[in-house]
Design a protein around this ligand. Structure first.
Ligand code: DX5
Ligand code: ZN
Length: 228
């Protein structure tokens, strides 16, 4: 598949009904989601706990498109094969999660997945400088990871820096945290192409009444595309 830098909306199932992930994934895809963003938290790297690779594997058959797994865990390496086995397309690890991020990214690609690198708000763009040829995606956190529904932190300058550093490489810039129709134009104009959104996609809807999911996705997409 050719590299695609058009705007992609990736609903985070952190804001979905945890007792109904399969149906929630089918519903947001039917309503226009491009990717499904799966947040894995360990209660150690971040203060919250969600679920692990067995849940990702159970969700996979309910996703037609890309399963984008965001690991907020440390260490990462012992779990890479399990996430590959779960059917993960893109596996993202945090640069802050350990001393050997280059090895981790190599291992992710070696296991047959695309490799993502996430940067916390306090981490500068330069932390990715030596990793540009080892990554397929850079995730710029616009909240401190751990919880959905937090206030957007403006990382526009960092996104522009990263966009310049990426140059012609086929590397996505993903934004995660506080993305809604108001903040989406800022990050899209700065060079982001993948917009993760939890609360702003799932609010007002449900599996029984999924139309609001579609309205929410279109509102974010239109706002982002309007800024290009
Ligand atoms: C934060 C997670 C995000 C989160 C986004 O730790 O990585 O993916 O679900 O949620 P919203 O869009 O509600 O900020
Ligand atoms: Zn995430």
């Amino acid at each position: 598949m050719p590299f695609d830098r058009s705007i992609k909306i990736a609903p985070s199932i952190l804001a979905a009904d945890f007792a109904n992930f399969g149906a929630e994934c089918r519903a947001v895809e039917a309503e226009g989601a491009d990717w499904i963003h799966v947040d894995v938290m360990d209660g150690h790297f971040v203060p919250n706990i969600t679920f692990g690779p067995s849940t990702a594997k159970a969700i996979r058959p309910h996703i037609k498109g890309i399963m984008d797994v965001h690991l907020m865990i440390a260490p990462v390496d012992p779990y890479i094969d399990a996430f590959a086995d779960a059917g993960t397309d893109i596996l993202t690890a945090h640069v802050e999660a350990g001393p050997h991020i280059h090895r981790t990214l190599q291992a992710i690609r070696g296991a047959g997945m695309k490799a993502g690198l996430a940067l916390n708000p306090g981490t500068p763009a330069d932390a990715a400088a030596e990793l540009m040829d080892a990554v397929d995606l850079i995730c710029v956190m616009t909240v401190n990871p751990g919880f959905g529904g937090q206030k957007f932190i403006d990382m526009t300058a960092k996104i522009r820096r990263l966009r310049g550093m990426i140059g012609d490489r086929p590397v996505h810039i993903e934004i995660d945290g506080g993305v809604d129709p108001r903040t989406a134009p800022l990050v899209a104009a700065a060079g982001a192409d993948v917009l993760v959104a939890g609360s702003a996609v799932f609010k007002g809807g449900s599996v029984e009444d999924p139309a609001p999911y579609g309205m929410n996705i279109r509102a974010i997409r239109n706002a982002a595309e309007g800024a290009l």
